[in-house]
Design a protein around this ligand. Structure first.
Ligand code: GLC
Length: 733
C-alpha cells in the first residue's frame, strides 16, 4: 500500500531539502526534527518535539496536512518518560518492583494521556544498562542487569504501543542505542569502550527485547562507542540493528547527535556528518538541522542514493500510517484536560509507587509505625519538596508551562496518615544542592548555592535536636534533588549532599527511633546510616502520590516488596559495581591475595536483588527435571517459597546460574528468571522456571557465535543475588 506513496525522485528530494520555513504558510516534510522554536531558518519538518500546547500542535498539523505539498502529517514526539500529568515513579524505581506489569500499567496510562494531548511518539523506554551509579542517567533505566532490563523494556513497549502499533498507540523509541551507560567514570556523554562479547551479552539484550516486542523506533546515542560515534556507526545502526536484530522501524538521532559527529572529530564538517550518519543507517536527524542543510546537495551530487533516501524515509511514513495519522491527524482539544486529570491515574500511581519501594533495613521491627503515634518529627530538605518527589523528566514540569499535578510530599503523606490529632513537626534544613552545574544551571538559573555557614549549621542542628527530643519517632527524608541524577548530572561522590549527613547524625543521637526515607535517583553512600539508623526505606523519586505511598508503607498499609535493580556500594570508590562480574583468579572470598580493597570490603552494602519485607520467606525444595542434558535440551526448575512471617507479603523469587567452564570465563552469577508473588502467612507456592537455550546461551569472544556450551552449571534460587539455595546440572554436546 505504502509503496505507491513512495514519492517521485523530485519529491524524494523535497523530503529533505532546505527551504525557508514560515509557520504561517508551508510546513512540509523532511527527515528533520526541529526544536519547536519557530526558527525561520529551518524549513520542513516531519516531526516536532518539545511542544505540548495542543492548540499549537493542531495548528501546525493543519499547515502540514492542508497546505504542504505532500500533505503528510507531522509526528509529534516528547519525552514521556514516567508519566504525563500523573507522574509515576522514576524508571529505576519502577524496575525495583521486579514486576513488569508495573511498567506496563504506568506506561499505558501515560501513553493514553500523551496521545489524548496530541503526542504520538515518546522517547521511551530508556534501556541503557548502568553498572556505574555515578552516572546520572541510571535513574532513567532498569539498572545493571540485562535479563531484568529486557523484561522491563518489553513491558514499556507493550504499555505505549499495545500488542501492535495502531491508532491508539504511542510510538515507543528505544534509547540510547547503544552502550551509553558505559560512559567512562560514570561521566555522562563520555566515551564508551565495550568489547563485543560484553556488548552482545550485557548491553544489547534489552534493545533486542524491545525490538522483538515491536518497538517502532530507536534513538541513536550521543557518545562514541569504541571510538566510532553511535549516531554515525554503521556496525551499530545497520549490521547489528537491521542485520542481527532484524529491526524494521526507523532510527532517530538523539537531539544534536548528527551535528555532534563534527565535535567528536569524526566528521570533517556538517555535510560529512550528514553523509556519514545517513549512510550508516540513521533515518532522522532529531534537532540539529544537519540533514535539512546538507542532504539535498548530497542527493543531488549522487553521494547519497535514492535507495538510501527511500530506506530512511519509508519506515517513517509507514509508521505514521500505522499510527493512524493519515486518517486522524488532529487532536480533540475538548478531551485533553478531562483525560489528563482523570482520578484513576492517581490511584494507580499510589499503588505502583508503593510497589516500587525497597525496604533496606528494619532493625527491631522499627517499621511499621503505629498510626496512634502522637508526636512525629520530620527532618530533611526533601520531606516537603514538591519539585523533587516526582523526579526529573516530568512533562509539564520541565518542558511545559509548569507542573499541573499536585504532588503529595512525604510530610503531607505522614500528616494525612496520622490525622489532625498528631503533632507533626518539620525541620527542613538548608538546600542540599550546594552547586548546580550544567543543564540545571541553564534551565533553572540556579547558580552556585553557598554552603551553610558555621552559625547556620549550628542553628539547624539545634533545631533538629529540639524536634527529635520532643518526638516519639523521627522520620528523616533525605537524598538528592531530582536534578542530581539526570542528563549531564553525574556525581563523583555519592554521599548525602549538603548538610543532610550532619542532620541525620544529630537525629540519631536523640536516642529516638529513626526512619530514613531516601529520595534519590541512584544508590547513595549511606554506609553510616546502615549501621546507625534502624530503618531505611528506598522510595527513589516515587511520583505524584509518592508521599501517600511512603506513608502507606511506613504505617503498614502496604508491606514493601521491592528489590534493588542495582548493586548498592559502600562508597563511590567501588564504582563501577555489579553482581554479574567474573570470578578472577583470586576471588574476593580468598583468605589472602584476594581481589578486594585494603580499606573496605569489596562486596556491595546491599546486593543486586535485595529488599526486605515485614514478612519473612523461606526458599526450599529446589528441584531440576534434568540433572544431565544435551545442549539443545532444557531443564525445568522448581522451588518452593513459604511466607514464614505473621503478615501477608510479596516475595520475589530469583533464579541465578553460573557456567563453570567453557570457551570464556562466565559471570559468577547471572539472573535467568524472576517472579513476584503474594503470599499469606504460612502459605507456600512453587515457582517454576525453564533453563534452556534462551537462558544458557552466550556470545563467545572465541567462537564469535551464540551457543549453549557443554559445562556444569550452578543454579541458585532465593530472594537476592547472594541466594544460598543451590543445585547444579551438566550439559553435554
Ligand atoms: C536529550 C536526551 C534524550 C531525549 C532527547 C529529546 O538530549 O539525551 O534522552 O529523549 O534529548 O529530549
Amino acid at each position: 500500500m505504502l509503496t505507491n506513496w513512495a514519492p517521485s525522485v523530485y519529491s524524494r528530494l523535497s523530503l529533505c531539502e532546505g527551504r525557508q520555513h514560515d509557520p504561517e504558510t508551508t510546513v512540509s516534510i523532511s527527515q528533520d526534527f526541529r526544536i519547536h522554536d519557530f526558527d525561520r531558518r529551518v524549513c520542513r519538518i516531519c516531526a516536532e518535539l518539545w511542544l505540548i500546547d495542543v492548540k499549537e500542535i493542531n495548528r501546525l498539523q493543519h499547515i502540514a496536512v492542508d497546505k504542504s505539498r505532500l500533505h503528510i502529517p507531522i509526528l509529534f514526539g516528547f519525552d514521556v518518560i514516567h508519566g504525563y500529568r500523573t507522574v509515576f515513579p522514576v524508571p529505576l524505581g519502577m524496575a525495583s518492583s521486579w514486576d513488569p506489569s508495573v511498567e506496563e500499567q504506568a506506561q499505558r496510562l501515560a501513553g493514553q494521556d500523551a496521545r489524548a494531548a496530541g503526542i504520538q511518539w515518546t522517547f521511551t523506554p530508556m534501556v541503557d544498562i548502568a553498572r556505574d551509579a555515578r552516572w546520572g542517567r541510571i535513574v532513567e533505566g532498569a539498572g545493571e542487569d540485562p535479563y531484568l532490563g529486557a523484561a522491563m523494556a518489553m513491558a514499556q513497549v507493550r504499555g505505549f504501543q499495545g500488542a501492535t502499533l495502531g491508532p491508539d498507540s504511542v510510538l515507543a523509541c528505544v534509547k540510547h542505542y547503544a552502550g551509553y551507560g558505559a560512559a567512562e567514570g560514570g561521566r555522562d556523554y563520555d566515551s564508551s569502550y565495550i568489547p563485543e562479547e560484553l556488548f552482545r551479552n550485557v548491553y544489547l539484550p534489552p534493545f533486542h527485547a524491545a525490538a522483538m516486542q515491536g518497538a517502532g523506533s530507536f534513538m541513536s546515542a550521543y557518545m562514541d562507542l569504541n571510538d566510532v560515534p553511535a549516531s554515525g556507526n554503521q556496525w551499530l545502526l545497520t549490521d547489528i540493528l537491521r542485520g542481527d536484530l532484524g529491526f524494521k522501524g526507523f532510527v532517530v538521532s538523539d537531539a544534536f547527535a548528527v551535528a555532534s559527529l563534527v565535535t567528536h572529530g569524526y566528521a570533517a564538517d556538517p555535510s560529512d556528518a550528514a553523509y556519514k550518519a545517513v549512510t550508516a543507517g540513521l533515518d532522522m536527524d532529531m534537532a540539529s538541522g544537519t540533514y535539512t542543510n546538507n542532504l539535498p546537495k548530497l542527493v543531488a551530487d549522487g553521494k547519497v542514493s535514492q535507495a538510501q533516501l527511500d530506506a530512511a524515509v519509508l519506515p517513517i511514513l509507514a509508521i505514521k500510517y500505522q499510527l493512524g495519522l493519515f486518517d486522524h491527524p488532529f487532536t480533540d482539544e475538548s478531551k485533553v484536560e478531562s483525560t489528563l486529570s482523570r482520578p484513576e491515574g492517581l490511584a494507580l500511581e499510589r499503588k505502583l509507587a508503593a510497589r516500587s519501594m525497597v525496604l533496606l533495613r528494619n532493625e527491631n521491627k522499627t517499621l511499621p509505625l503505629s498510626k496512634s503515634l502522637k508526636k512525629v518529627a520530620v527532618i530533611g530538605p526533601l520531606a516537603d519538596s514538591k519539585s523533587d518527589i516526582e523526579g526529573g523528566w516530568t512533562v509539564e514540569g520541565l518542558f511545559g508551562s509548569g507542573s499541573k499535578s499536585h504532588p503529595v510530599t512525604v510530610l503531607a503523606g505522614i500528616k494525612s496518615a496520622l490525622g489532625a490529632d498528631a503533632q507533626v513537626t518539620y525541620v527542613v534544613g538548608p538546600d542540599p544542592s550546594k552547586v548546580y552545574l550544567g543543564l540545571l544551571d541553564q534551565l533553572s538559573g540556579k547558580k552556585v548555592l553557598p554552603a551553610p555557614t558555621a552559625a547556620e549549621t549550628a542553628d539547624w542542628l539545634a533545631k533538629v535536636k529540639a524536634a527529635a527530643a520532643d518526638a516519639d519517632v523521627v522520620v528523616a527524608v533525605m537524598g538528592e534533588t531530582s536534578g542530581m541524577s539526570s542528563e549531564s548530572a553525574s556525581r563523583a561522590g555519592m554521599e548525602l549532599p549538603g548538610m543532610q549527613q550532619q542532620m541525620l547524625e544529630e537525629t540519631a543521637q536523640s536516642g529516638k527511633p529513626v526512619v530514613l526515607v531516601l529520595e534519590n535517583g541512584r544508590p547513595l553512600d549511606i554506609h553510616w546510616a546502615a549501621e546507625h539508623v534502624p530503618a531505611i526505606l528506598e522510595s527513589w523519586f516515587p511520583g505524584t502520590e509518592g508521599g501517600n505511598a511512603v506513608a502507606d508503607i511506613l504505617f503498614g498499609d502496604v508491606n514493601p516488596g521491592g528489590k534493588l535493580p542495582v548493586s548498592w556500594p559502600r562508597t563511590a570508590g567501588q564504582e563501577p559495581l555489579y553482581y554479574n562480574h567474573n570470578l578472577t583468579h583470586e576471588p574476593e572470598d580468598r583468605p589472602s591475595f584476594a581481589s578486594r580493597y585494603w580499606d573496605i570490603k569489596s562486596t556491595p552494602l546491599y546486593p543486586f536483588g535485595y529488599g526486605l519485607s515485614y514478612a519473612s520467606f523461606k526458599f526450599d525444595n529446589l528441584k531440576l527435571s534434568k540433572a544431565n542434558m544435551k545442549t539443545d535440551e532444557a531443564t525445568e526448575v522448581s522451588v518452593d517459597v513459604t511466607n514464614t512471617g505473621a503478615v501477608a507479603g510479596d516475595a520475589v523469587g530469583q533464579l541465578y546460574i553460573h557456567q563453570r567452564s567453557g570457551s570464556a570465563s562466565r559471570p559468577v552469577r547471572e539472573l535467568k528468571g524472576f517472579k513476584r508473588i503474594a503470599l499469606k502467612p504460612g502459605e507456600t507456592q512453587t515457582l517454576k522456571f525453564t533453563l534452556g537455550q534462551h537462558q544458557l546461551q552466550f556470545w563467545s569472544p572465541q567462537t564469535k557465535v551464540w551457543a549453549v556450551e557443554p559445562s556444569t552449571f550452578d543454579v541458585w534460587a532465593g530472594d537476592d543475588s547472594a541466594a544460598k539455595l543451590h543445585s547444579e546440572f551438566s550439559v553435554a554436546q
